[in-house]
Design a protein around this ligand. Structure first.
Ligand SMILES: C[S@@+](CC[C@H](N)C(=O)[O-])C[C@H]1O[C@@H](n2cnc3c(N)ncnc32)[C@H](O)[C@@H]1O
Ligand code: SF4
Length: 392
């Protein structure tokens, strides 16, 4: 569906830009938490929600960060109360990201009572030494305890985030973390290979020669992830995402029951509002980005204006190229008809050369109704996706 209509937007992302401590690998926008700044942010966020509410009817909501679970009970009550007043609650899927160090039973119950029905918990590893290497504030025990506590509060849809190819991680420690995480029985697993982002402590260590990247080991770890997750009953539906299913799927294009619908909307090129410092929105072909500065963000909203730093309208073909690149990350690939309906362009005409090239090198398959990446192509999805981008 070409989203040029004035139908309300159904996806809402809220960025909470605070962390107890910066992890060594992380480049997401966040700053140390201070009581006064968080209180001011919560007020500004309410203003921003008021400004966008008329154009929103959320079917999926995602509070990410930063560390949303860092907000205290009062701040959550204020935020969710505002959303209730503005008619923004009642989404089919409402996710809040949590760090295991900041989960409490009271907070989990409060979130549940306002309709939050999915928690995404950043576990990263269940190996104590690696958690320390990553600069995480939590221990393995905290991760296990927080998971039990979320279950106790009534959460029946929980994601665990894991990372692999961490410096110092062996295939054995990765296998052990995977085994243990799978036995926890969450509905969803996300697992990312470490990305060395500039301006992070880990990147500086890499540049200083403190360790070397072992690409072969990273490939083995990815294979191990796919094997173990599949054996444990998860279905891979995106490069890094695995979910359980309640019933057999009717077609390859359907995602498993517990797939994250909010993210599926991103990968399929759907519109969404992003609010909070540094958040991006993608609305009917126009991308905007909020200020990556909490102070500026608050000042702008206190003056009654949205805190938009930049806005960009992509040319239709460039937009379709991006949509192609994102959607290829999904195991179901891109059905040709669906792609035409979403973008108005035909993969078989515009990207025939790229699809043939990928098929020739064993990274892709051109099926009668769709284009998909092979398991090998999925491992290198970022490089494959690059080929579909059009810069004009
Ligand atoms: C915003 S964080 C999750 C919530 C919370 N802030 C936490 O860390 O517990 C989103 C996820 O992205 C992944 N991530 C962040 N930076 C990464 C990097 N440089 N390389 C790979 N994965 C990364 C981590 O798995 C992390 O849990
Ligand atoms: S990974 Fe999560 S907790 Fe760590 S710094 Fe990034 S946003 Fe904060």
């Amino acid at each position: 569906m070409l989203e040029l209509s004035s139908e309300p937007i159904t996806g809402l992302y809220v960025h909470v830009p605070f962390c107890a401590q910066k992890c060594s690998y992380c480049a997401f926008f966040s700053e140390p938490s201070s009581g006064a700044t968080i209180a001011r942010y919560v007020g500004a966020l309410s203003r921003e929600l008021e400004l966008v509410a008329a154009d929103l009817r959320p079917r999926t909501i995602f509070f990410g960060g930063g560390t949303p679970s860092l907000l205290n009970l009062g701040q959550w009550e204020q935020t969710l109360g505002t959303m209730h007043r503005l008619g923004l609650l009642g989404a089919e899927e409402f996710t809040v990201e949590c760090n295991p160090a900041t989960v409490s039973l009271d907070k989990a119950r409060l979130l549940r009572s306002f309709g939050v029905n999915r928690i995404s918990m950043g576990v990263q590893s269940l190996d104590e030494a690696l958690l320390e290497r990553l600069g995480r504030v939590h221990s393995r025990e905290m991760a296990l305890r927080s998971f039990d506590l979320l279950r106790k509060a009534g959460f029946e849809n929980v994601n665990l985030d894991l990372m692999f190819a961490i410096p110092g991680q062996t295939l054995e420690t990765w296998r052990a973390t995977l085994r243990e995480a799978a036995s926890m029985g969450s509905e969803h697993l996300s697992s990312y290979e470490v990305i060395y982002e500039e301006d992070t402590a880990l990147y500086a260590q890499l540049r200083a020669g403190k360790f070397a990247v072992d690409e072969d080991l990273a490939c083995r770890m990815y294979e191990e992830l796919v094997e173990q997750a599949t054996r444990a009953g998860y279905h891979q539906y995106e490069v890094a995402n695995f979910a359980r299913d309640r019933a057999p799927r009717l077609s390859a294009f359907e995602t498993p029951t517990y797939a994250c619908r909010h993210n599926v909307n991103y990968w399929r090129g759907g519109s969404f509002y992003g609010v909070g410092p540094s958040a991006t929105s993608y609305l009917r072909g126009v991308r905007t980005k909020n200020w990556c500065n909490t102070q500026l963000y608050c000042e702008s909203l206190e003056a009654g204006r949205r805190a938009i730093e930049s806005s960009e309208e992509l040319a239709p073909l460039a937009r379709a190229g991006e949509t192609a690149a994102f959607g290829l990350r999904m195991v179901a690939g891109w059905p040709f008809e669906e792609f035409c309906r979403t973008t108005g362009h035909d993969l078989r005409q515009e990207w025939e050369g790229e699809m043939s090239e990928l098929a020739g090198q064993g990274w892709g398959r051109i099926l009668p109704d769709r284009f998909v990446l092979t398991p090998k192509g999925l491992r290198f999805a970022d490089a494959a996706a690059q080929m579909f981008l059009r810069s004009f």
